[in-house]
Design a protein. Sequence first.
Lengths: 391, 163
Amino acid sequence: MLLAVLAWPAHAAWQWSEPLTVNSVRGAKIFPHMESANRRNVAVSGTTVGVVWEDNRSGGTQCYLATKPAAAASFQPEIRLSQAECYEPVVTALDGGRFVAAWEEAGKVHARLLPGGKALTLSDAEAGQVTLAAGAGKLVAAWAEQAGRFRRIVVARLEVTADTLQVGPAQPIEAAQPTDEQGWPALAVAGNGSVTVAWEDRRDRHTVPLTSHSEDSRSFAPPVRLNDLPKGGGLGRSLGLGAGTGAMRPTLTAWGAQGVVAVWLDKRDFLSGYDVYAAFDPGTRRFGPNLKVQDSFGDNMAQWHAQIVGNADGRLLALWDDARDGTADVWMADWDGTAFGDNVAVPAAAGPGVQSDPAATLDASGMLHVVWLEQDEQAGTRVRYAHAEWK
Amino acid sequence: MKLIRMVLAAGCLWATAVLADPPPGYPFVGFDAGLKAAHASGKPIFLYFGRYGCAWCEHTNKVTFSDPALKKLYSDNYELVYVDAESGKRVTLPSGERITEAELGARLQAFATPLFVYLTPQGDKIMQIPGFKTVQDFRDFDRYVRGGYYKQKTLLQFLDGKS
């Protein structure tokens, strides 16, 4: 019923702006990356767009933030967030044109309130793959932190008071030491304040996306597998070979009044590379059956860099890149109330050359903001941005 | 398909471990160490792109890479590199770009594991071969790569006229 209510008129479509270049420094040997946990590389606070990425313009890899007021014709020159080697920055929006960014630097994770603000170290031990989520008055961070031989997922509340960012105790999802690697956490704060976490977990000797949730950000429910087991456990398992199929890089979004939706890359069909799969939690804190996101034109292609983006009004879409037209383009599929619709290329992120690594967000008015990488071996890779209105 | 299933079923009679890591006993190293070693030794690189828990990787390890002569051939003549298709571990490409091992899969457009990539000592790709392969396949690939035939012929042309 909820899904039907949230269906959108079939005749409407995204109307796109002209694309802009975000990064002001480019070169053949400068490599911008957007590969953050939960793909949180763009956020919109009020009418200000914030974009984060990493690149090596200064020799070592550093993290950057660029902002643009909605009315401005271009992005302001970026500011550097880090002092030492930095990877996988994320950004989330507060109110009034303010953001919180987080990143891995020198083996630990850090966060900073922007504009202004000072960097705050979030992790005690070696850590990385930090992500952020805000909603229902909460600001939450999750990252992968060393605990004995392996990394495990921890979650912490962040508090903003005046111009200061503070971090609460880092809470492991599970009290026990990890028995294999955990990483790439995704976070969503549902409309009722419940926090859902998804991550890659190797305790079963293959990579499985697990999820857990918490009502108070302190105690978490026992982890539950996100992806369905293939019938019969898959060819390998039926023959006693391999521990299982692969699945990686889960992403989450809050959706509707209390829902959460997950999207991840899934290799259950071992002949066609990773496919994009989704699962819905309508507010029960239990994900339902898996749905394939890409359409049949993308079935024989490997999909990469998938992300799910939603809002409280029920808008929901998935983005990723694949090379079905010969070279990598950015594709998206809108949820129509019963299924993900036809795959549509982001116009400015399609065509000759490589356009990849999309990250997106919906602002308070429902406007879609997308960033991606446009690779050019001679001139250097551009971080590109466009917004779209549904009408 | 039935034949493949029978072969796999026979193979699994003696299957023990479930991990799909590099085959035991081979001197596989990480990407950065392998490229550095290749620069120094002048040997081509044999890159095994595997996945944790991968059934066909385990099958290849047990059926093919268990061959002692193949082990000696590849250990002696290649810098052996293992990359995990889903890992966030960082590697440095010959261009100087730092990416994750998983991202390397995206760059290679890897659609199946195992994926075997042959590279020059400078890190330039010669060819990539997906899926299970036999001992004889790997012997043919070795002749194609180290014999320099890849400079004049496609792999299929070479295999058609192989001697």
